[in-house]
Design a protein around this ligand. Sequence first.
Ligand code: FE
Ligand code: FE
Ligand code: ZN
Length: 276
Amino acid sequence: MFYIGCHLSASKGFYNMGETALSIGANTFQFFTRNPRGGSAKSIDEMDVRKFLELTSSGKIGKIVAHAPYTLNLCSADESIREFAKNTLADDLQRMEYVPGNFYNFHPGSHVKQGVDAGIKYITEALNETLSPALSTTVLLETMAGKGSEIGRSFEELRAIIDGVEYSERLGVCLDTCHVHDGGYDIVENLDGVLEEFDRIIGLNRLKAIHLNDSKNPLGAHKDRHEKIGDGYIGLEAFERIINHPSLSGLPFELETPNELDGYAREIALLKNIYK
Ligand code: FE
Ligand code: FE
Ligand code: ZN
């Protein structure tokens, strides 16, 4: 099964996102759990959740991906920011229990000037305080482009986080094609090699979702500027290999390209067309 979707606005609730996804040919979607710049989340509407769960039980929508706000930084140098991030994470995961068994993706964080090791220590501490077998959501660390002091720029950094987490059964990775390409992993010329490296360092069993984005910048640029599928340095032929790669089969592919709904609908149609 090819699960393809895109980032949608959560402002009208889960059911609306489900209907919107279906209307543009998608069978999965991603959404922000709250304003991407942080702040409070709107309260869960149980009626909306019920209607959405009915829709997903029809089988037309696969697993969905929640995305934490960009401002969430579990390894900030500022203790109050770390605390806020940890509380946001815990609150988001509680709310995700209304739609059990899905994914929650977050950016590991930026260590600013504390160094990678100190950053990883904060991130693992926060995850150890938050993750528990009582939660049904799989929490995903996103691969990052390595802009500034972002943690998660290499597979080794993600592995180090996973190694520090005691309850890691529901801890996985979301691979962002723009980010890994900007991070220097050549998924255009050497997709097999990159996935083998991922498998060796992290394990493909941890890979749970893909962010499908072209990049405005060349390999290793560490910039993180998403481009429409086929219009950037990754290119359509590489995306054809990515969506058809046996190691990625069955994963949800989420577009985060610079598009409105009609543009997403066109990209979804294009990708379905080259999916074998
Ligand atoms: Fe992201
Ligand atoms: Fe992403
Ligand atoms: Zn990005």
